[in-house]
Design a protein around this ligand. Sequence first.
Ligand SMILES: NC(=O)c1ccc[n+]([C@@H]2O[C@H](COP(=O)([O-])OP(=O)(O)OC[C@H]3O[C@@H](n4cnc5c(N)ncnc54)[C@H](OP(=O)(O)O)[C@@H]3O)[C@@H](O)[C@H]2O)c1
Length: 261
Amino acid sequence: MGTALVTGASAGLGREFAGQLAGRGHDLVLVARDEARLRALADELSARYAVDVEVLAADLSDRAALATVAARVADRDRPVDLLVNNAGFGSRRGFVRGELAEEEAALDVMVRAVMVLSHAAGGAMRERRRGAILNVSSVASFAVMGHYSAIKSYVTVFSEALATELAPHGVAVTALCPGFVRTEFHQRAEMNMARLPDALWLDAAEVVRAGLDDVARGSVVSVPSVPYTALVGVLRVLPRRVTRSVASSLATRRRAGARRG
Ligand SMILES: NC(=O)c1ccc[n+]([C@@H]2O[C@H](COP(=O)([O-])OP(=O)(O)OC[C@H]3O[C@@H](n4cnc5c(N)ncnc54)[C@H](OP(=O)(O)O)[C@@H]3O)[C@@H](O)[C@H]2O)c1
């Protein structure tokens, strides 16, 4: 089954990836900042599924820590067969109202780390003529939802480009683009999601299952669930000025809702 390295494995989608991959017989390398959570998960998964689980605590916004993770990914003696670039976070504030340092950290974790780890994994996998990279992007990559959309559109387009480059060498690349998923994401970003209809929430286990099935199928862009597949289909053909104007009226409604409390 080989080894999978999952970033952001301490919570949410990453934790779910780790569980499902262990269930499919993969050994694991778990990456995130919270070492205690990673160790508890490693103990649980190795006991339940009899797989080897390594813990690599790292802040992916830190260049030295990222280089350590990249070296593990590229290690020829302990090959990583599946890289899951999943770590990430959101922000509740608009771009200019937020702290620049937070926006830079978002770029470091969701763009720079994805690029550096894909370079390490893609090079090693190309030599072995096998392997897969799954980059967790978002439906937001097709929309206009602040800096986050710009970041995730990098992830989607980068994954498509890398898939094209690596396909002739037996290496698959998939961008997983979920809509809203119940994880710690919104709570960590202090977003009030009370008004989001239940029908728009996705279940983390289903999103991860769909993503892994699409990796096995060799799909380059994976959008879990029928409603979000339809939404992305529309967003891909809608003139961008219409997408911008919908985004702008949604933002106005959100601000009015926040003022009303
Ligand atoms: N939830 C959604 O609605 C949704 C929708 C579309 C896409 N996504 C994407 O899905 C991915 C996973 O998010 P999630 O929903 O599972 O959120 P989550 O529950 O908050 O988990 C985020 C994970 O990322 C890790 N992380 C954050 N900053 C990090 C850093 N500097 N270094 C290393 N690890 C870091 C966290 O671990 P530590 O705190 O231990 O470091 C945690 O394990 C993200 O890329 C997100 O953009 C989420």
